[in-house]
Design a protein around this ligand. Sequence first.
Ligand code: FES
Length: 320
Amino acid sequence: MPADTAKIAMTPLLVARAELAAEDIKLFELRPPTANELNEFTPGAHISVKTPCGEIRKYSLCNDPAERDYYQIAVKREAGGRGGSRSMFDALAAGDTLLTSQPRNDFPLAASPAGYTLIAGGIGITPILSMARHLKATGGRFKLYYLTRSRETTAFHAELNRPQFRGNVTIHHDDGNPDKALDLWPVLEKPRGHVYCCGPRGLMMAVRDMTGHWSSAAVHFEAFQEPEKNAVDNKPFKVTIKSTGKEVEVAADTSILEALRASGRTVPSSCESGSCGSCKTRLVSGDVDHRDLVLTEQEKSNHIMVCVSRAATGDLVIDI
Ligand code: FES
């Protein structure tokens, strides 16, 4: 996702390995140019990188955090994106240098003696795989459900089919047919442990709907940049801050959060993808297109997550 480059300290890492992991997915191994260890990370962490086309993108680290000498990321080539993933896929090769940030984790594993249900859709496997590798190495209890279109689009297929993951991993292909989607209700019907889900928004919304009876503290989502379902339909609108009367214009290609920042107002934020809950803001009035994975139905009447949600019609009044 786009990020504010001025605020991110970046250091160069060497692309030690670049190879195709599945159709339209490339795996990169990043190592320090000297023999130093890298900064520690925890399962679910990501780094920001400066892609060859100059865009900043966040990528989850896929490797076991116990491995301190390299970071592994996997990049899906998004034909319809702003070009960041395309340039990573098409232009980055072994031997190149990549500017990267320190790891940061907006999707950390909570302690869960009752175990974990990990659900990954497509390239959403990346943070989930780091969790699975870590839990496997440390004796944690988990089940991983990995949902993809086909064998050809399934990164890490061989590893996840190894005997070490037997009994832990279910890989399901739907051939792009919603009628063939795996029914997750039997998995989620009885709350147990913690659920971690990363994948396309439709999958995360379905998991959120099926976990409405779980404690919200036990269900975790990580959204990633995908060609926004509504991006081409986004309309500009105006946000008024009730306490000051200040009006902020939100352009079609800008989030409310970005527009507020540009106007000098700061709202706490972290993931900027509607999944962490930091940017929850009071909604005074207006018709909202809620695009987050955080707010309950009840909260939606008087709150908005300003990093992703927009006006559905007309303008909005918020208070910060
Ligand atoms: S910044 Fe995470 S939900 Fe908005």
